[in-house]
Design a binder for this molecule. Structure first.
Ligand SMILES: [Ca+2]
Length: 184
């Protein structure tokens, strides 16, 4: 793509800035279908930014679902690239969209990490690059879906010869010691 229409100096120096805000700051995962949206705003405040892309790299405990509104995005493992304002994002133009993820129950990790970066084929000065990427970390907890199965060693109540036993159990102590199970 020829870099044209960039002012009298014929040099395209863009200045992209990116906002990426997750729909949740922490998460309690209850089902396999729990969703997270990342609301993205990308803005160009200088010369045309040709072939602007927003790239999201994410930890394997989430899967990419879709982008809204519809946009040309390509998924490659744990990285999704979305074209913005093709062929260029004009000067003082901004775009908003939302990228949806869902939890991937095959990977259990205590943090969801999403790194979002805006890039283009136009140049950008080193001094304005600080606002081109956002790192999102969402701490997660998985709801305990633990099923306890208890297999008693001895399923019988032993009554020794000569001993009497109560006709009814009105205290748990009569069967054995109390067992306290705690988990975090
Ligand atoms: Ca910038």
């Amino acid at each position: 793509i020829p870099l044209v229409d960039c002012g009298s100096d014929e040099k395209c120096i863009a200045d992209l800035s990116l906002k990426a805000v997750p729909s949740v700051n922490k998460m309690m995962i209850r089902t396999n279908k729990d969703k997270i949206d990342v609301n993205i705003n990308v803005r160009n405040s200088k010369d045309n930014a040709y072939n602007t892309k927003v790239i999201l790299s994410f930890s394997p405990n989430i899967n990419y679902v879709k982008v809204e509104p519809e946009k040309a995005c390509t998924l490659n493992h744990t990285k999704v690239e979305c074209a913005v304002g093709y062929p260029f994002l004009g000067s003082n133009v901004e775009e908003d969209f939302k990228v949806r993820f869902e939890v991937n129950p095959k990977h259990i990790q205590d943090v969801i990490q999403i790194n979002v970066t805006a890039t283009s084929d136009s140049e950008e000065l080193e001094s304005t690059l600080h606002d081109n990427s956002v790192q999102i970390s969402i701490p997660v907890k998985y709801q305990a879906g633990i099923i306890f199965t208890v297999r008693p060693m001895d399923e019988h109540v032993v009554v020794k010869d000569g001993e009497t036993f109560a006709s009814s159990f009105n205290e748990t102590k009569m069967i054995g010691e109390e067992v306290i199970i705690s988990y975090t």
